[in-house]
Design a protein around this ligand. Sequence first.
Ligand SMILES: [Zn+2]
Length: 390
Amino acid sequence: MTTRAVTASGVTTPVAAPQRSVTDLPKAHLHLHFTGSMRVATVRELAAQHGIRLPASLTTEWPPRFETADARGWFRFQRLYDAARACVRGEADMRRIVREAALDDGAEGSRWLEIQVDPTSYAPFVGGITPALEIVLDEAAAVSAEPGATQVGVIVAASRMRHPLEARTLARLAARYAGVGAGAVVGFGLSNDERRGATEEFAAAFSIARRAGLALVPHAGELLGAQAVTETLDAIAPDRLGHGVRAVEDARVLDRVVGDGVALEVCPLSNVSLGVFDRAEDVPLRRLLEAGARVALGADDPLIFGSRLADQYATARVAHGFSDIELADLARASVAVSRAPSDVRAAAERDVAAWLAKTSAPAEPGGRGLPPTSAEAPAHGRTDVPAEHY
Ligand SMILES: [Zn+2]
């Protein structure tokens, strides 16, 4: 099968023919936000249903471009995210989001999804943070039993924009639902603008989560550099970092990330969209791996960035020249650093080996070998992004 890459100038150029479908590659998805996971068609339907007018960036001008990682770019991102979140008005909407995320992820080879949710945002519509979380967990368990869906665990995420005491409340809630496998809380996170709030003030919340056996997965090292990574390692001793890519800015910090065994949830196309790096080629994926870091690729917010999970693997192939063996290693790492239960791990491990053992699928004359992974093709104009990646 021939793959083509669309360059920044819009020129389509052939690149090395991929041998295997990245969609078929079994993997785990560890960085996906609840609202940001929504299909763009879904947010439009919910907006119409609730009589909400969406910004053009979610309608005629989708997907948006932010260009800069400065406060203005983040503000625009946050405003769009808030606009999407405002369309989620109750239990049915929440269940739909979990369900579609599980089915869409499953269609892209995901065997295990850790979806990140801050129940505070939806609490007003369902009677509090406890019912909000229970709805997400209940639907996660239900959809995980369906054919074609990935298995869904849940990460409860506190926001840096809110008081650290609220984070402690959320951590206690997360701890009550801690468990193993689909429909359980498996981790505790900290999200939103890294430049807001002092990381150490959230340490007490993470201590509660740690005692409950949850994975500690705060965001750090995306909008801020290596110093923020150090502060997070000092304050929280996380299992993984959301992003963490800017640890590369200081070799000693990266060494510490590796030495401490902290995995990185790298979201290449999110980084490019938000201007953390100019082009997909600039995301330091190889440098992180060469330094010994364990990396799990994630999509972050497909609704806002216009790219889903398989697109991240396609980018590793197209922008970074990853071989199929290297892609298989990435997929294995994503499972290894996840909280997937042992049966899911074993099946994924076995099926990654089977994926590698497969020879190249012959291209169908005049068409794609496999159907697309989602209704919307990845549309990402400013860098080299795979136009076809199946
Ligand atoms: Zn994120």
